[in-house]
Structures are given as C-alpha cells and as structure tokens.
Unconditional design. Structure first.
Length: 395
C-alpha cells in the first residue's frame, strides 16, 4: 500500500491523514466544503474532554483519556490556544447523588483524575453554582479545534500531502487493477486504499463504496446561547449537570471559552437536514431518508414524549432554556442569554432504534469507514487517526 484517499476534512479526517503520512504513505484528502473542519469540528463546544462518561474499556473511554493528553501536548507544541481548567459536574438535588457517585467510580475506572467535593468546596471554583455535591474533574480543558485543524494542515502540506477543498466524492468503486477509484466530478482519483471520515455523510459514503453499514446517520442539532458580556462573570470555568443515564445526551451546560465568553448549551433536537443548523434548513430528501429508516420510529417511540417534546419547547423558548441553566447557576435568567451558533451531531442509529454508544468503525479490503464519531471525537482525534491507520494497514 502506497497511497490513500481520505474522504472528509474535519479534525478526524485530518488527524488520520497525518497518521498515514507519518507512516510514509502518499495521502490525498477530499473535503467538499471550502474550508477545513466546516461542520462538526467547527461547531462544537471546543472542550477537551477527560473521558469520565464512557463505558470502561470502550473505544471512547480509551481514546478520550489518551486523547486528552495527546491533544493538549499537540496544541502546546504547535502554538494552538489551550487551557486545562478543569470542570465541575454538579448534583443539584439529593436524587442525583447516586448517579454522581457512579460517575466518580467510572472516572476512577477510566483513569481520570476526579474527586467528590462538597458545595462549599465547589463554590471555591464556582461561587454562583447550585449543588448539594459536585465532582471536580481536573484534566478537562478548552481549546480552539479549528486552530488544531490548521496546524495539522500545515504539517500535511510540509509532508507533501494532496489537500483538496471544494472537492466532493461523488462515486467510489474498486479499481480495475486493484485499489480504489473516486470520482469527484472533474476527475477520477486512484489510490491503493480509502478511509471514510465524512461525519454527517459517512453512511452515504460507505454505501457509495459498496458497504452496507449497519447504522444510519440521524442528525441532531444542538443550539447554543451565550451569556451577555456583563453577566459572563457568573461562570469561571465549566459547569455540567449530572447526566441522566436513561437519556442519550449530557444536557445543557455552561462553558467559559478561551476568549472569556460563556457558552450555554447545547440542547438536542432532530435536524431537518443533514447539515441543518437552523429550523429553516430543510431537505426533503434528508427527511425522507430519516423517516423511512425503521430505527427513527423506534427511537421516537422511546424518546419523543416527554423528552423530545421538551427539547423542542426549550429550542423555541429562551425562558425554558434559561430555566435549565438556572438549575446549575440560579443567577442566570432569560435576559442574560443571547443566541449563539448551533452544531449538528452525526449520531449513528441502529435499526432497532438504539443509538450507537461507542465509536463505530467498519472495514472492507483496502477500506476503513468511521460510521459513528460524535463527542469526544475531537478530543480523541489524534488517537483515532493512529488507530485508523493501523486498522487500514491490517485490512
């Protein structure tokens, strides 16, 4: 194997290209947008996760813990802004204490430095927080993930990689004499192997390449607010709720960014387009594909009421969004919030309606396809890239 085409120029695709180039392979990266990290990478909360939430032994757990270290080291070595500030996970009622203790046990099992603290101790970090107890996680950080992408791109250019923006993979087939051929609309590119890191389009790229992936991407939009600048002092670092183990997402939280602004969110609502960042972003084709997938309806039966209904109401009501945040910081009110951006999570869904919990990677001869890599994929990107390069060489 001498040459590889990587489809997708988000942080995972770029990190994979970096790992392949480090092994001496010729790499071509195809990104359909006119900039790197245009979708999930460029619309996330820029948090370097510690790895405490994930099932011990899972790819997410292993790669998040090691990725936390490698991402921070990479940022510092390449002049990318990063700050290891730690975070609080707060129990706001007695009923959440058991789940908080379970989370502390999971952190220990995953090798994450974390400790249970009292309200008085929590307020030494966050004077405005509401809690009956909290978990202090030291290794969580904040970073500029688009700047990480830029640093990786500089290194790839120096290594001679072929980096192509505004270049979409429109067709994929096995080459007549082996390898793979990728049609871009203007030409047909040939290589010995293919890695699919297409994020929101990853299942479609896999089908284009001849696979029948067992999961389907269903897009969920996460919307953010910011605290008004004169209210940003209410939050010093990162404040998260205790996650409900029966629900698939972490819940809205508060994050102080590198520039001192405080982001609040995200919620989770079904996006009406694969890359739909607003309610008015609608694709009939994407909606039809989502609607005819059996897993969508099975998921809806489980979560539509009251969870999904409440998420939609919170999306449409700043007051409801503020009320969720006030559970963590009571001083936050609706007038403190200003609409910010949104991101779309590429969530892999199985036909039985269950969300794929771990990173999902499928292989074929000369091909590796990343079919589920939501958070903490950005944190874990360098580790994922190394893993994918090794898996490709074994395929």
């Amino acid at each position: 194997m001498r040459t590889v085409i990587v489809v997708g120029g988000g942080i995972v695709g770029l990190a994979t290209a970096r790992a392949l180039a480090a092994r001496g392979l010729g790499v071509t990266v195809l990104e359909k947008e006119d900039r790197w990290g245009a979708h999930q990478t460029g619309h996330n909360s820029n948090v370097v996760h510690a790895g405490l939430y994930y099932k011990p032994g899972s790819l997410k757990a292993r790669m998040s813990v090691s990725g936390n270290r490698s991402m921070v080291d990479f940022a510092r070595a390449h002049g990318v802004p990063v700050e290891v500030c730690g975070k609080l996970v707060v129990a706001t009622s007695e009923s959440e204490l058991l789940a908080l203790r379970v989370l502390a046990e999971r952190a220990e099992a995953n090798g994450v430095q974390a400790k249970l603290i009292t309200l008085a101790e929590a307020r030494e970090y966050e004077p405005e927080v509401a809690a009956v107890a909290a978990l202090r996680v030291e290794s969580t950080g904040i970073i500029d993930f688009p700047a990480v992408c830029s640093a990786i791109v500089r290194g790839l250019r120096e290594s001679g990689a072929d980096l192509r923006l505004s270049t979409q993979a429109l067709g994929i087939r096995s080459g007549r004499s082996g390898g793979v051929e990728v049609a871009t609309g203007s030409e047909v590119l040939r290589a010995d192997a293919l890695v699919n890191c297409a994020g929101l389009q990853s299942d479609r790229v896999a089908r284009m390449a001849g696979l029948t992936p067992r999961a389907r991407i269903v897009p969920f939009r996460g919307e953010y607010y910011e605290l008004r600048p004169d209210r940003a002092h209410l939050v010093r670092g990162l404040i998260y709720p205790v996650p409900d183990p029966t629900l698939p997402f972490l819940g809205v939280h508060l994050t102080r960014m590198l520039d001192g602004s405080v982001h609040a969110g995200p919620n989770a609502v079904l996006a009406l387009r694969r890359e739909g960042y607003r309610w008015r972003d609608i694709s009939a084709g994407d909606l039809w594909e989502t609607a005819r997938f059996p897993g969508t309806w099975r998921l809806a039966r489980k979560y539509a009421f009251p969870v999904g209904y409440d998420e939609v109401r919170r999306s449409l009501s700043r007051a409801r969004f503020a009320a969720s945040l006030a559970r963590l910081v009571p001083a936050v009110g609706p007038d403190d919030l200003v609409r910010s951006g949104a991101g779309v999570r590429a969530q892999a869904l199985l036909p039985d309606g269950s969300m794929v919990d771990d990173f999902l990677i499928e292989s074929a001869p000369g091909q590796v396809h990343v079919l589920n890599a939501p958070s903490p994929a950005a944190t874990s990107a360098l580790e994922i890239g190394t893993y994918l390069s090794e898996r490709l060489l074994e395929s």
